[in-house]
Design a protein around this ligand. Structure first.
Ligand code: ATP
Length: 346
């Protein structure tokens, strides 16, 4: 194959399928994860992300297809023969072992010399800014600290690829957002390829170099956060990655002379007086505001337009807190967006 040339992918899946009885969990999947990237697999529950992760780790056999790690076929290799390690959502720390013993575990079972273990454990804890916790037990640490211990324990084995299965899923929102930033920093520092499973769109957009969007055992699109958000290739991707306006082909034809469906993000849509003439590079629709939704940083306006079109427009609440919204329910308005912000769904 041509793409196995100079630098092989860190992980490559070729035509990988997985069946559980009658369920096709993963269907004919081709995927290439580049070396050193933070790669997320994003999708709703049951879309096959975890199954793909488990097949890369070797916990689950493929039904057909092959898996390559740095160009080497590992499809039939046992998990411990693959240069990968996994961090699970529940961290799977041993409760009766100290933090240092937990972090050392992988080296201990590999019979690494004691002095080297001590040095590497100290380095790993230092790297996670938890140098002082070695003698404690897991229950004496906070959720965020336990998360970092789980990372240290996985990274101490120097895997080429780290697999993370919803590792922030058990944390509350505030801690989760803090850990997202830390996780990204840690990945940049260690330079290891991270493959991250999540069903949280915002999390995937925040963390990833690239995202694969899963739906029903298939990947609908792979791209940078900006690409999948601004230019969704399918209606599913547009809808799953945040709120979107999806304009059906017949309406698209009338509005922009394009007979394919298109999407436009609410934050690209503004509301203008009904009698305002749009500029040449803009598309606009007349309508009536049917609903206002306050979301904190922004307000969403639901506008029922001509031709049965419903458009959501979002306006940042960056005005004085006691200013009321300039538009109310029932107002006749014109929704307007720059035509270049409409992404045609191929
Ligand atoms: P979640 O976020 O809920 O974990 P997911 O996207 O990771 O979802 P998978 O767990 O990979 O999805 O599941 C994909 C499909 O395979 C689902 O229909 C699931 O029910 C099925 N499945 C997964 N593991 C098994 C199993 N061991 N036995 C039978 N069916 C399974």
């Amino acid at each position: 194959m041509a793409d196995t040339a100079a630098t092989p992918h860190a992980v490559e899946l070729r035509g990988v399928s997985k069946r559980f009885g009658d369920t096709i969990a993963v269907a004919e999947l081709d995927l290439g994860v580049r070396s050193g990237e933070f790669f997320s697999m994003l999708g709703p529950s049951g879309s096959g992300k975890t199954t793909v992760l488990r097949m890369i780790a070797g916990f689950e056999e493929v039904t057909s297809g092959s898996i390559l790690l740095e160009g080497e076929d590992v499809t039939r290799s046992a998990p411990f023969d693959r240069p990968v390690n996994t961090v699970f959502q529940d961290y799977a720390l041993f409760p009766h072992m100290t933090i240092a013993q937990n972090v050392a575990y992988g080296l201990t079972v590999r019979k690494t010399p004691k002095a080297e273990i001590r040095r590497r454990v100290a380095d790993a804890l230092e790297q996670m800014r938890l140098g002082h916790t070695g003698d404690r037990l897991p229950h004496q640490l906070s959720g965020g600290q336990r998360q970092r211990i789980a990372l240290a324990r996985a990274l101490i084995l120097r895997p080429r690829v780290l697999l993370l299965d919803e590792p922030l899923g058990a944390l509350d929102k505030q801690l989760r957002e803090q850990m997202q930033i830390e996780l990204k920093q840690i990945q940049r520092e260690v330079g290891i390829t991270f493959i991250f499973v999540t069903h949280d769109q915002e999390e995937a957009l925040t963390l990833s170099d690239r995202i694969a969007v899963f739906n029903q055992g298939r990947v609908e699109q792979v791209g940078t956060p900006r690409e999948v958000y601004e230019f969704p290739q399918t209606a599913f991707v547009a809808g799953f990655l945040g709120v979107s306006n999806l304009i059906a082909p017949d309406l698209a034809e009338r509005l922009i002379g394009e007979s394919r469906a298109f999407t436009v993000r609410p934050e690209r849509v503004r509301i203008a007086p009904a009698d305002m003439a749009p500029a040449a590079h803009e598309t606009s629709v007349l309508g009536t505001i049917s609903e206002l939704v306050y979301t904190g940083p922004a307000t969403r306006y639901i506008v029922e337009g001509e031709h049965g079109l419903r458009v959501i427009a979002e306006r940042h609440n960056d005005h004085a807190p006691n200013d009321t919204a300039p538009w109310s329910r029932g107002d006749r308005v014109r929704v307007v967006w720059a035509t270049e912000h409409a992404a045609v769904v191929p």
